[in-house]
Design a protein. Structure first.
Lengths: 321, 281
């Protein structure tokens, strides 16, 4: 039970720990890897030389994200009625789909659950158990895409030493999750929805822009000039809600220590680099490890890894194939 | 302070102080972020608490506080409305962001869907045919009987499934009312630039058309009476000297068609959102 529990703690904000015991198999792998330094360096350079920068997963993900949001838009604009509603709640060819975090806040604020709300929530729960929980963030959420683009600007400014990234404590997001839940119960208003850039952007796309986009703009400015990906990393309770779903999801990105040169390219591109702590030399206790529930399955690490040590895998299924 | 600092510096290596300071700074910044974001979110209470008049909500909407709590801000009600009467609140509405409302003067709900589709579309029961028992019913909100939709008068089931009114019409400016002045009306009710739509059964029962495409000619202006989609909700009462007063009756559901169609600027008759029937006339 050790690692799954540590991964959940890590999602809630705990710092990653060094493993107490490394399996013999991994010890052997590490010994063989570093047995001959020259060979190791040669292999590393060889892998680097042959690695073509790929944007395979990024492109697929952007296509899915844009297509999903456009399906919402066209269902209304062109009246094709396939996916009606917005990201907070919708109907897919008539079937209720209700965002878990929005549903939670409505239930907490209203203290009453009607059947449709329950059905829609359960359908979405099952969907994201199958698809990986936080994959909602990177594969569907429109704010994620905007934040990815502005992140590039942030990193460009950091590189030129014009701004620095101010890190907050990752546990802040857990505090926000609890605070917003408490506020919904106490005030009877779904207060988080007033701030949620996910809902604001989704509605702006479908029903037309409004002043609320100003708030989204402010958040992006904050991320560009003060703190990298601050909303997704330290605030958004939607991410934590879907993260909790991802705990039991079979769809994961897995790490294979045997192929890794421990250079850390993956951690530099990651939204949640603490999930890639295992890629630091000496941190992996097992041969193959899932990255855990806080990973958004965005695939940046898969794209950038020169050796294929990080892969998409479906637990159980990959072994069968 | 400085003495203490140097003493602890002597005991511990310099790195750990730096680390501790860094951790402290990170904690304080995280606290600042928390206070800042939660503070910003609570600003949403200002428009909600200081609103002078409540917005007209769609048919079947729960009472204001319950509506704001139960609405999931998805806009499915917006999507089914044939005349696009339903709009969503902006951030200037605070906690009402994303919550549906009707700006009746621009586009009223004329029930051209025949079946209050917005209620059917609502996934959370924020718009509902049947209020759950634990929610109270305000005096004067329930309708004496199911309202008869004039357009469905000849159907086997002529009534709307609507138990409570969502507003109530009121002759707010009798002095500007054409009927009260004994005047008639000729032309486009709201002028050539008006974008609002309405369903006219004698034109097409299922396709609403722009109000500007349906000019009127009346000896005495009675648009609020003839265009009212609900039976027995409003009538003209003669005062005997060639003048008439629009009288709102118990069956008024608050849809706002009278406010939209009223040809004078500003409208003589308006709908008060969430107002209740107080008996008498």
């Amino acid at each position: 039970m050790g690692r799954p529990l540590d991964l959940i703690k890590g999602m809630l904000g705990a710092a990653p720990k060094k493993p107490e015991k490394v399996s013999e198999k991994v010890q052997k792998i590490m010994f063989l890897k570093y047995e001959d330094k020259d060979r190791y360096i040669k292999e590393k350079l060889h892998a680097r030389a042959h690695h073509e920068t790929s944007h395979k997963w990024r492109n697929r993900r952007w296509a899915v994200l844009i297509a999903t949001n456009l399906l919402f838009v066209f269902s209304f604009w062109l009246d094709i009625q396939i996916l009606e509603g917005a990201l907070t709640a919708s109907r897919f060819v008539g079937f209720h789909l209700i965002d878990l975090n929005s549903a939670l806040h409505v239930m907490l604020a209203h203290k009453h659950i009607i059947v449709n709300l329950f059905i829609g929530t359960f359908t979405v729960f099952l969907l994201w158990v199958l698809l990986g929980g936080r994959s909602f963030c990177s594969w569907v959420c429109p704010y994620h895409l905007l934040a990815e683009w502005t992140e590039k600007l942030h990193l460009w400014l950091v590189e030129r030493k014009i701004v620095t990234d101010h890190e907050f404590h990752r546990g802040t997001r857990t505090v926000f999750w609890l605070l917003f839940a408490l506020l919904s119960v106490v005030t009877g208003y779904t207060i988080f929805e007033t701030l949620s850039p996910t809902g604001i952007l989704s509605r702006a796309l479908i029903y037309g822009p409004g002043l609320a986009l100003g708030w989204v703009f402010l958040l992006l400015l904050f991320e560009i000039f003060w703190s990298r990906r601050a909303w997704c990393r330290y605030v958004c309770p939607i991410g934590l809600t879907y993260g909790a779903v991802g705990v039991i999801s079979p769809l994961q990105i897995t790490y294979h220590v045997e192929h890794c040169f421990h250079e850390g390219d993956c951690r530099k591109v990651c939204l949640v680099p603490h999930v890639l702590d295992v890629t630091i030399k000496g941190r992996a206790a097992e041969e193959t490890l899932g990255l855990g529930p806080d990973c958004t399955r965005c695939g940046y690490c898969v794209d950038i890894c020169p050796t294929g040590a990080l892969r998409y895998e479906v637990k159980g299924l990959s072994k069968l194939l | 302070m400085s003495g203490e600092d140097s003493r602890s510096a002597a005991r511990k290596p310099a790195m750990s102080i730096e680390k501790a300071q860094k951790a402290r700074r990170k904690f304080l910044q995280s606290l600042g972020l928390t206070v800042g974001i939660v503070g910003a979110s609570l600003l949403g209470y200002i428009p909600v608490s200081s609103a002078r008049a409540s917005l007209l909500r769609p048919p079947g909407a729960l009472d204001e506080a319950d509506l704001l709590a139960s609405c999931i801000k998805c806009g499915q009600c917006v999507q089914v409305c044939p005349v696009q009467a339903i709009k969503l609140g902006d951030i200037t509405d605070g906690f009402g962001l994303g919550v549906p409302y009707i700006a009746a003067r621009d586009q009223a709900c004329d029930f051209s869907c025949d079946a209050v589709q917005c209620i059917l579309a609502c996934p959370t029961g924020a718009l509902t045919y049947e209020k759950p028992d634990f929610l109270g019913v305000r005096n004067g909100a329930p309708l004496a009987h199911a309202p008869i939709l004039k357009a469905k008068a000849n159907d086997p089931e002529p009534s709307l499934n609507l138990k409570e009114r969502f507003g109530l019409a009121r002759l707010a400016r009798p002095e500007s009312c054409l009927a009260v002045q004994g005047k008639g009306f000729k032309g486009q009710a709201r002028g050539p630039g008006f974008k609002g739509e309405m369903r006219y059964v004698d034109v097409d029962r299922w396709a609403p058309i722009p109000v500007r495409d349906h000019p009127y000619e009346r000896e005495i202006c009675d648009l609020c009476v003839t265009e009212c989609p609900i039976a027995d909700a409003i009538s003209l009462q003669a005062t005997g000297d060639g003048r008439f007063i629009p009288m709102v009756h118990e069956q008024c559901v608050g849809c706002g068609v009278c406010e939209m169609i009223c040809p004078v600027e500003t409208a003589a008759i308006v709908v008060d959102a969430q107002a209740v029937w107080k008996g008498g006339a």
